[in-house]
Ligand binder design. Structure first.
Ligand SMILES: [Zn+2]
Length: 365
């Protein structure tokens, strides 16, 4: 990338190097501390997503100091995996700093290579919850890559997975499920794709090869899953994978009381439709959870999220990076009322996720 202020012949300018500075003069209200003690309900503090296999956060006491500075009371760590790795996460976070962290487990999808996997996955979840995991994280590979023993793509509403959701329901443990991805990742990465710059940087984020209609099929499968398991609490990550269509999200929240959504990594989407987003969150204030998916967590990124939720500032950057990573636009704040902020920041997470300070851990039958 060209450094700012480097003289460049505009005839040779590439889009990536075009970084216009808004001429707008608008009010700015930076928010460095959340107005209410917040729970970041979607984050990653483990080892499986890091480049070098080391902890995402090398120094936990420094993280705690940052959390205190930002008024982030607790973080949900979605990286628990299972077995020894779960133990390592629980030791490092949940047990060492009670009330400050809640670690979710995963299941080992390698099990789906042999028949009867539903029961084996359910057993694994039972063990992980008994060990101290506070919920189950299901990643987007369910529906985008995981296959059954015959090599057929496994979708979230596959009935063979029912034992898993049943165990979560019995334990009162929520399932945080990431289904699909931004709508544009399913379209061809061509000159009309609004996330083209991002897809050029990360070609493996494109799912255009799965064919037209797969995005819609995934959203149907998510709805089928939530509808078929009313006793299971589902937190559908990233505004249920449908932040580009808040009417759809509103319909799902209206239809299924066991469905919740987090706003992680979707400030850019919500902030470019601030009136509709405000309306949705106020209408379903008990069903929306604050989360960032920014790892390692930083004060700068937290401040952007707080400003977005709390202020009515207009036309500001949704990320620290230039050019903005998810598309070339700016956002406006929601200016949510205090009672709504209290629920979204923490009340909903505290009600759904054990170990965050207000109720005891999940009980097993
Ligand atoms: Zn995530």
């Amino acid at each position: 990338m060209i450094e700012p202020d480097t003289p460049v012949d505009v005839a040779d300018l590439r889009l990536r190097d075009y970084l216009p500075r808004p001429a707008l003069r608008v009010a700015e209200h930076p928010v460095e501390r959340a107005a209410y003690p917040a729970v970041d309900a979607h984050n990653h503090l483990g080892r499986w997503l890091s480049q070098d296999g080391d902890w995402v956060v090398p120094d936990v006491s420094r993280l705690l100091a940052d959390m205190d500075a930002a008024n982030v009371r607790a973080i949900v760590n979605l990286d628990g995996r299972w077995g020894g790795e779960l133990e390592a996460n629980l030791e490092r976070y949940d047990r060492r700093y009670p009330g400050r962290f809640a670690t979710f487990c995963h299941v080992d999808w390698a099990e789906t290579a042999a028949p009867g996997f539903g029961e084996r996955l359910a057993q694994s979840l039972r063990r992980s919850l008994a060990a101290g995991a506070r919920g189950l994280k299901v990643w987007k590979d369910l529906g985008l890559g995981l296959t059954d023993e015959r090599g057929k793509l496994l979708l979230p509403d596959d009935e063979r997975l029912a034992p898993l959701w049943q165990v979560a329901a019995e334990a009162g443990a929520p399932v945080l499920i990431h289904t699909a991805d931004p709508r544009a990742f399913f379209d061809p990465a061509d000159a009309t794709n609004e996330r083209l710059e991002e897809l050029l940087l990360h070609p493996d984020w494109s799912f255009a090869h799965l064919g037209g209609g797969h995005y819609e099929r995934l959203l149907e499968a998510l709805e089928g899953l939530v509808a078929a398991n009313p006793a299971t609490t589902f937190i559908a990550a990233h505004v249920a994978g449908a932040a580009e269509d808040l009417d759809l999200v509103a319909r799902l929240l209206g239809a299924y009381p066991n469905l919740f959504v987090d706003v992680a990594a979707r400030v850019a989407e919500l902030g470019r439709q601030p009136r509709r987003a405000h309306q949705l969150i106020v209408r379903h204030a008990e069903r929306v959870l604050f989360g960032t998916d920014v790892f390692p967590p930083t004060l700068g990124e937290y401040a952007i999220h707080f400003r977005f939720l709390e202020t009515e500032d207009e036309h500001f950057a949704y990320a620290l990076d230039e050019p903005p990573p998810q598309g070339r636009w700016r956002i406006s704040g929601l200016g949510l009322p205090g009672d709504v902020l209290d629920l979204v920041y923490a009340g909903n997470a505290e009600r759904l996720i054990a170990g965050l300070g207000r109720d005891p851990g999940p009980t097993l039958p």
